[in-house]
Ligand binder design. Structure first.
Ligand code: URA
Length: 430
């Protein structure tokens, strides 16, 4: 602390520890002082734990978000000739929806600036998936982004270091201090980046279930409500769908295999759940920018979404016609019994894909482009004993045993033919 600093970090921590509401001035100061290195990591860790335990009011969360936005640059897409809409998912297993969604919504006349991240742990990262396309480049300058949004309509790229730097520091700290699972901290972390990115409309896909941050519906609904309030307070038209992540999305979990599945959706095929969620989110994005009359299903059917995909990948150096990398080794897991598959646990499949090399344990680790899991049956499907249930893919066959361990107890069968399955979209919050 310097003479110019109006507060003492210890007083701010004690206020929150004792369940007081932090003032706007305290919040502005503590976020800024942490970014400047004046508040120490151990002090911010204590404050994050006090927030996790005692919560924040709507006013505090909104101010905390504004302070994180103010720590960096804001982008401005208001000069583009089309409206902008963005989607954010809280992350899940097999969640490749951004890949078909961004070109699809762009094909409907909306600009889609999609700043994405790399994966950590069992949920995959959009950039890791796209980097399996030979030549594709994630890092674009602001001018390149703007140019591509105007010419192609969609861009998926890495968020630059200047976007909400306070969040980058705080998220890394929360990751190692057991303070990730705080609804006000997750909501402000996500929304500070989305608001700073300058999108006109935002559709949130809040996942619930074993493969998601939020394991129960009530917590997912609360997170969705908190994020929608933050967006609305900041003047961004925001809506959230709460969607099931108890089982993986689609049949492919990994990097290149998820790109392949996304291309199938853009070609008019692909798994029913991926198509359903892509269209549901596209319709929300179009409604949010005042174009509810455009039907995105037509743009999948007429090939225009595929045209935008090809232009978007090529604009970032990717060779759309090059074969995607394939894993050197594969191992088939067969069904141990016969009946209807009633459960296929998302977290277990996500951990298996991660152990096969599709994900990373530390930020600096490389990922294998070809690694992952391809599912041959989904809940509701009939299977016979000995039939292939999934194929494990890796460049390194010694990884199969640990992946199979992750899959122990991951699925159930029932002799009844009509086992019911959960709907994909569980709630809509505005
Ligand atoms: N994703 C984020 O960007 N922040 C969080 O806090 C959690 C998930």
């Amino acid at each position: 602390m310097t003479d110019a600093d109006p507060f003492d970090a210890v007083d701010v921590i004690i206020s929150k520890r004792d369940k007081a509401e932090l003032s706007d001035a305290q919040i502005d100061w503590v976020v800024d002082a942490y970014t400047r290195g004046v508040v120490a990591h151990e002090q911010m860790a204590a404050l994050a734990m006090a927030i996790l335990l005692n919560g924040m009011t709507r006013r505090e969360t909104s101010r905390w978000t504004a302070a994180m936005i103010a720590s960096g640059d804001r982008m401005d897409f208001s000069g583009l000739s089309r409206p902008t809409a963005d989607k954010h998912s809280t992350g899940g297993v097999g969640d490749k929806i951004t890949l078909p969604l961004a070109p699809l919504v762009a094909a409907c006349g909306v600009a889609v600036p999609q700043l994405s991240g790399r994966g950590l742990g069992h949920t995959g990262g959009t950039l890791d998936k796209l980097e399996s396309i030979p030549g594709w480049r994630a890092d674009l300058s602001y001018d390149e982004m703007l140019g591509q949004l105007e010419s192609v309509g969609a861009v998926i790229c890495a968020a630059g270091a200047s976007l909400a730097p306070a969040d980058k520091l705080l998220y890394a700290l929360r990751d190692v201090t057991g303070t990730v699972e705080s609804i006000p901290l997750i909501a402000s972390s996500v929304m500070s980046k989305k608001i700073a990115e300058g999108t006109g409309a935002l559709v949130l896909d809040v996942k619930v279930g074993s493969g998601a941050f939020m394991k129960d519906l009530a917590s997912a609904q609360e997170l969705a409500r908190t994020m929608v309030e933050l967006g609305t307070d900041a003047g961004v038209s925001t809506v959230a769908l709460v969607t099931d992540m108890g089982t993986p999305l689609g049949q492919a979990v990994g990097n290149a295999v998820e790109v392949q599945e996304s291309v199938e959706v853009l070609a008019g095929g692909g798994p029913a759940d991926v198509v359903e969620l892509t269209l549901a989110l596209a319709r929300e994005m179009l409604a949010a920018v005042g174009r509810p009359d455009v039907d995105p299903a037509d743009r999948l059917a007429d090939g225009s979404a595929m045209d935008v995909w090809r232009a978007m990948i090529s604009a970032q150096g990717g060779d759309v016609d090059a074969p995607l990398p394939e894993a050197r080794e594969q191992h088939v897991v067969v069904a141990p019994g016969s009946g209807t598959l009633t459960r296929l646990d998302a977290l277990s499949v996500g951990v298996a894909a991660w152990r096969l090399g599709a994900g990373r344990a530390r930020k600096e680790d490389p990922v294998q482009a070809g690694a992952g899991v391809v599912l041959h049956a989904k809940p509701g499907d009939q299977v016979r004993a000995g039939q292939p249930l999934m194929t494990l893919l890796s460049d390194d066959s010694t990884r199969f045993a640990r992946a199979e361990e992750a899959l122990e107890g991951a699925y159930d069968f029932s002799p009844q033919a009509d086992a019911s399955t959960q709907p994909l979209v569980l709630d809509r919050i505005t």
